[in-house]
Design a protein around this ligand. Structure first.
Ligand code: UDX
Length: 434
């Protein structure tokens, strides 16, 4: 089929490249000419493992194209995906839908023949109705259908999540559109991936409910970790003990410094706004937003306490800045709360992150960025692990001991074993493992 993807951000680019890899002919459209030029030259503007090769292969096989001109792309498409940004609107947390509505106007002007318009961006419940109304002003209702098809891609694992999803959710009650969506996802259909067809509003809510639930699950285990520290329990074993119950499940039970990223913070806020606007508040998610924000700030206090209560004049080595491993994304990263708080308490920071230092430098000041973990650790009074990059999981601890001025290691991702670290003589502080 001929697919057009409007928006070449993280969702649009990954989805477009994967649809091309399924055998469809995909044109990715973006207003940002420099981004399109880079993509045409094979430069990928985001850090996503495997994406560069996937794009290169599909461009070479003439299944994937990039353009700033929407006309040809929309005219010839069987399905046009809206994959533009829906950032939190300043001040009130509502999703800013101006890019979505702008894309809908463009589609209404340019489409030819029956076209399925698919909202792939995360949009509040009811947005599909708005998109439909915008297009219906210029087009007969039989000429198009507006479908919700939310993505569940994790940064750093996006290609795998697209190609081997737990499920595909499609929100439409239009039979013809259902056929188009089945054809689009046929390769997944063939390997029995569950494809859930539901109505549009339900599909839109499924996306928010999924992200909010995951945020609740993470925040729950983070609070259990705090209790573990008080009662002498081990949160990793609590996670294992509850996760073996298949009603709970093992994933997303790793206690840490709090969640970040471009989705959980934005989507939890948008969901609670929608809920409050409809006089049906979701108090548990309101609380999760609050608890998570406080946790990131509390992590600095934990580090200061581990270093004896006063870090003025101290040098701290920070390993990891991105909101999680395998991404350069700094959006709502815990490091953005932790590092300024440590600096405010008088510490100087040396930091290393394999992918996000360039991005981090735009949000942090007076940080000495280093070219490797050992360079950061050299002469520091303590080592703090904030992001669970694989390359931090097997550090030469003898070398760490030689480089550190003291023996304090604070591990906010529970990468290391407490007994091992203590046997080596470290003052080792972690999460929920007193
Ligand atoms: C998330 C959803 O997983 C994905 O389905 C959706 O499409 C987009 O939002 P992402 O934000 O890329 O994906 O990252 P994810 O791997 O879900 O982690 C989110 C946050 O939770 C990160 O800050 C991560 O460090 C944290 N996390 C995750 C934990 O603290 N503990 C865990 O066990 C898992």
């Amino acid at each position: 089929m001929r697919v057009t993807m409007i928006g070449t951000g993280y969702v649009g680019l990954v989805s477009g490249a994967c649809f091309a890899d399924f055998g469809h002919v995909v044109t990715c459209v973006d207003k940002d000419a420099s981004k399109i030029e880079k993509l045409k030259a094979g430069e990928i503007p985001i850090y996503e493992p495997g994406l560069e090769d996937l794009v290169e292969t599909n461009v070479k096989q003439e299944r994937l194209f990039f353009t700033t001109d929407p006309e040809e792309a929309i005219k010839s498409a069987d399905a046009v995906f809206i994959a533009v940004g829906t950032p939190s609107r300043r001040g009130d947390g509502h999703a800013d839908l101006s890019y979505v509505y702008g894309a809908a106007e463009e589609i209404a002007d340019l489409m030819e023949g029956y076209t399925v318009v698919v909202t792939k961006s995360t949009v509040p419940v009811g947005t599909g109705d708005e998109v439909e109304a915008i297009i219906a002003k210029k087009r007969a209702r039989d000429d198009f259908a507006v479908v919700s098809n939310p993505e569940f891609l994790r940064e750093g694992a996006a290609i795998k999540d697209f190609k081997i999803p737990d499920r595909v959710v499609v929100g439409t009650e239009d039979q013809r559109a259902m056929e188009v969506m089945r054809e689009l996802y046929r390769p997944l259909f063939l390997n029995e991936t569950p494809i859930l067809f539901t109505n549009r509003r339900t599909s839109e809510l499924i996306k928010y409910a999924a992200n909010a639930f995951l945020a609740v699950k993470i925040t729950f285990i983070n609070e259990i970790a705090d209790l573990c520290e008080k009662v002498g329990a081990n949160v990793q074993e609590v996670s294992r003990g509850i996760g073996l119950d298949n009603r709970i499940g093992k994933k997303f039970l790793n206690a840490g410094p709090g969640y970040g990223g471009s989705c959980f913070p934005k989507d939890t806020l948008a969901l609670t706004k929608t809920a409050n606007d409809h006089d049906s508040p979701i108090r548990i998610v309101d609380t999760v937003v609050e608890v998570n924000a406080a946790r990131k700030k509390a992590m600095a206090d934990k580090i200061i306490a581990a270093m004896g209560g006063d870090v003025s004049g101290k040098q701290i080595a920070v390993l990891g800045l991105a909101f999680k491993q395998n991404t350069d994304d700094m959006r709502d990263a815990p490091s953005l709360d932790i590092l300024p708080a440590l600096q405010k308490a008088g510490a100087t920071i040396r930091a290393y992150d394999p992918a996000s230092m360039e991005e981090a430098a735009k949000h942090l000041s007076d940080i000495q960025f280093c070219d490797g973990p050992y360079h950061a650790i050299e002469g520091a009074d303590a080592m703090v692990i904030i992001t669970e990059w694989d390359q931090f999981r097997a550090l030469d601890m003898k070398r760490v001991q030689d480089l550190l001025k003291t023996n304090t290691v604070i591990d906010l991702r529970n990468i290391y074993s407490k007994p091992d670290m203590e046997k080596r003589g470290f003052n080792y502080v972690s999460i929920g493992r007193p």
